[in-house]
Design a protein around this ligand. Sequence first.
Ligand SMILES: [Zn+2]
Length: 137
Amino acid sequence: MASCIFCKIAEGEVESWIVYEDELVKAFFDINPASEGHTLIIPKKHYENIYEIPENVLERIIIVTKKLAIIYKKALDVKAVNILHASGKEAQQDVFHFHIHLVPRYKNDRLNLWYQSQPEVKANFGKILEKTRKFID
Ligand SMILES: [Zn+2]
């Protein structure tokens, strides 16, 4: 996509701090980092979200995410990571080219990347499962 910033990064038209690259995937430092080593892992081809990305590309992205988490553990003495993803506007997706955030966490880093639970949703578990089951193979 001509106007997509991540496509431009994937094609090298826009510079980035590349940490890993193969034929399917590119990983680079987030220009708005939440922590040291905050990395985005993207497919080189444009897929908007989880609904569009082919399984083989998604597998590679997850494998690369793990590979980088292990490298950061060794190289940066990272003890913990968050792996974040958003698919869709309602999920707060900001760039509409599939990406995973790998956010290294440090002791007392004061980040809070977690959610508030909504206990009232528990009342709907039965209904939700009923609607879902007919679509599970
Ligand atoms: Zn794109």
